[in-house]
Design a protein around this ligand. Structure first.
Ligand code: ATP
Ligand code: MG
Length: 395
């Protein structure tokens, strides 16, 4: 059928034709924003889930909800090479300028800018980055110690006080939150702790791979009290069917039931894969209904496309020993797997694999769902690894 009319949207962060199965978490976000605006305490949200489940799409939707509720917002994406301070500073500057233009009296916005300036000065000294022009005298003694766990809470406090003065709540949305270092995450947690203690109108909405298991000690217990961690997973069979059927029904096309069953069998309900199979099946079908045969024929195209795009970009960033570790995991199946089992497939000691495991976690390829276990962050990655490296001998 006509590819131009194809309703499906495979791609990182591409809004799906219909955001299925996420009503509950979106409602949670609405409640959070309503309560914080009314100065009632509520846990911030950190969405966690595997690659391609729709975290970015949800975060964008939550930003829209925030704006509808009168929030000013910033949305940033963390990455491996950029520090939290460098990432946030320019956005906070813009936010303060926005607040400055709003009606209202008082000097808290100006103070916010002065503190931001001292914060930037302190980070530049300690980590040598960010240049954010601010034609203002820095305020000495606030947010300028160079210790992020002290400075970030100070900075958030003056920012939120400025927001409060202008009667405008603020939402900070951060995607790929797992790329922050331990100390950056703990600084964020401390900052949100302060927001809650003072009942200041600032919410944090984050998304990323599961981070809680990686947090230690005090940060972890604070995090559990301050945040809820909705698990964003694959869609149920019924929701997956709806995500495929509804968009095509709008243009008088339908999927046969057996076609839907086959797509669910292949995708396990993972949103990215649903979009990809929906997309190719549509293009492949000559007319409505889209049949099992169409889906089967489309599969022959989808797999190489996924291999070449979704999986391959991640694979190509790996060193030979990292590939070998993942291949050993794939040998054991979809997972999670015990570190000791992976080591025995590779014929070596668990301890000797510590460094390669740490690098794979840093690259966001694997995570530890529970102590001693390792799992892929990319759904169906085990199948891909077996296709990519067919010849593999377990020890
Ligand atoms: N609820 C949903 N129903 C149907 N399709 C969805 C849904 N949520 C997301 N998608 C589709 O899934 C794909 C992946 O979405 P998105 O990029 O938000 O995932 P992600 O979790 O952020 O992935 P990553 O961890 O790789 O950044 C997109 O093509 C999107 O259109
Ligand atoms: Mg994403």
């Amino acid at each position: 059928m006509d590819p131009i009319k194809n309703p499906f949207s495979p791609g990182a962060g591409s809004p799906p034709p219909e955001l299925v199965g996420r009503d509950e978490v979106l409602e949670q976000a609405r409640i959070l924003m309503g309560r914080v605006r009314a100065k009632r305490p509520e846990k911030s949200l950190l969405l966690t889930g595997l690659r391609g489940v729709g975290k970015t799409v949800l975060l964008n939707e939550m930003e829209r909800i925030a704006q509808q509720n009168g929030y000013r917002s910033i949305l940033v994406e963390a990455h491996e090479e950029k520090s939290l301070a460098a990432l946030l500073a320019p956005h906070l500057r813009r936010l303060l300028f926005d607040l400055n233009r709003m009606a209202g009296t008082g000097d808290k916005v100006r103070r916010g800018l002065a503190v931001l300036k001292s914060f930037i000065g302190a980070v530049r000294v300690s980590i040598g980055e960010v240049e954010v022009g601010l034609d203002i005298e820095p305020e000495q003694g606030t947010a300028d110690s160079g210790d992020l766990e002290v400075d970030l809470p100070d900075l958030f406090t003056v920012l939120a006080e400025a927001a409060e003065e202008r009667q405008t709540p603020v939402a900070i949305l951060i995607d790929e939150i797992q790329y922050f270092s331990q100390s950056e995450l703990s600084a964020l947690i401390m900052a949100m702790h302060k927001m809650q203690q003072r009942q200041l109108p600032l919410v944090l909405l984050g998304a990323g791979l599961p981070i809680l298991p990686g947090l230690a000690g005090e940060s972890k217990s604070y995090a559990e009290r301050l945040f809820s961690f909705p698990d964003i997973g694959p869609l149920s069979r019924a929701d997956a069917a709806k995500a495929l059927q509804d968009p095509v029904n709008l243009v008088q096309v339908e999927f046969e039931v057996t076609a839907l069953q086959e797509i669910f069998r292949l995708t396990h309900g993972y949103p990215y894969f649903l979009q990809e199979w929906g997309y190719q099946s549509w293009n492949h079908a000559a007319c409505s209904p889209i049949t099992l045969e169409d889906v089967r024929n489309a599969t022959a195209r989808v797999i190489p496309r996924l291999d070449a795009n979704f999986f391959r970009v991640r694979f190509d960033r790996l060193t030979p020993s990292e590939k070998n570790y993942l291949r050993a995991m794939a040998h054991l199946g979809p997972g999670p797997h015990r570190s000791s089992d992976i080591a025995s497939v590779l014929g070596c000691k668990v301890t000797s694999l510590g460094p390669v495991r740490a690098k794979l976690m840093k690259k966001g390829m694997i995570y530890s769902p529970t102590h001693g276990d390792m799992a892929f962050t990319v759904p169906l990655f085990d199948e891909f690894m077996r296709r990519a490296i067919p010849e593999f001998q377990a020890r």
